[in-house]
Design a protein around this ligand. Sequence first.
Ligand code: SAM
Ligand code: SF4
Length: 329
Amino acid sequence: MAELIDRFGREVTYLRMSVTDRCDFRCVYCMSEHMTFLPRAQVLTLEELAFIGETFVELGVKKIRLTGGEPLIRHNVEELFDHLGALPTLQELTFTTNGSHLAQYAERLKQAGVKRINISLDSLKPDLFKELTRIGELQQVLAGIEKARQVGFQRIKLNAVILSGRNSAEVLDLLRFALDRGLDISYIEEMPLGSITEHNRGEAFCSSQHLRDMIGQEFELIPTSENSGGPSKYWRIPGYNSRVGFISPHSENFCSTCNRVRLTVEGRLLLCLGNEHSIDLRSVVRNHPGNKDKLIEAIMQGMSIKPERHYFELDNEPQILRFMNTTGG
Ligand code: SAM
Ligand code: SF4
């Protein structure tokens, strides 16, 4: 069976699948306030998503992350988890969630084979949390995190996008929250995906090194070579079980080790987060239902156009017009 290797010799072993572009939050860095969402006919069915996911696994993909939008608001999404979780050669099935529906789903998704999960949490202050998500209720997310801890996932990681002057004063509070509960945490530099007017991305930029300097004033940070198969680089703090990660698309380019591709819920196979190169897999699965050879051919074609790297600029208009929720973050 063919393997997924691009022109630069990078092996693709990680697929991030967006299962919906919809969300019950409107995070200021991710979406504009008044988003329009895709009509149902343009969205892949759960069966189409399962077929594509399964084909990627046959091509050597070892890790699949379901994301969105908010994956847990897709009706019957647990059926997709069940299907993918039963694939014998898939080593890891995981998802990223805003946590709002996690209390309800945690147990069920663990049964489907999920071992590690990511939960986004940008603030521990209810008012600021609401401001950043425009809608979200912090208590609901905290309840989701508690439930996930009780259910006993192997690892839970918090993701925090840090914006200067907004939640940057909470970097240490978020860290203590994670350390006290044995959770991992990754701090993310905001990426210029989609045009927003709510804040200036250049002014809000907070580099990972700046965050490490802030944390370093209170905790000893030890660099590690640990890897969770994604773009986070990890540090450890002596005496704690947590890993402290930094995702630094601006300040520490990670493209040379890129092992991933993304599938939007419209069936567009995106070869890079920061470029528009893509292959339309929806037309392949709809024009040739059940034809795995055609699908494999299209995926292999994707390997020949995967770009070498992204170039993000914060101070100019974004070159990438799709928002993170349509991309599959
Ligand atoms: N709704 C889920 C959530 O929020 O976790 C999953 C999808 S969300 C798009 C995935 C991750 O992307 C979240 O951790 C979110 O904070 C991050 N994200 C969204 N827009 C971003 C941006 N412009 N720059 C950096 N990270 C972003
Ligand atoms: Fe929704 Fe996640 Fe985007 Fe926030 S980051 S608006 S929770 S998709």
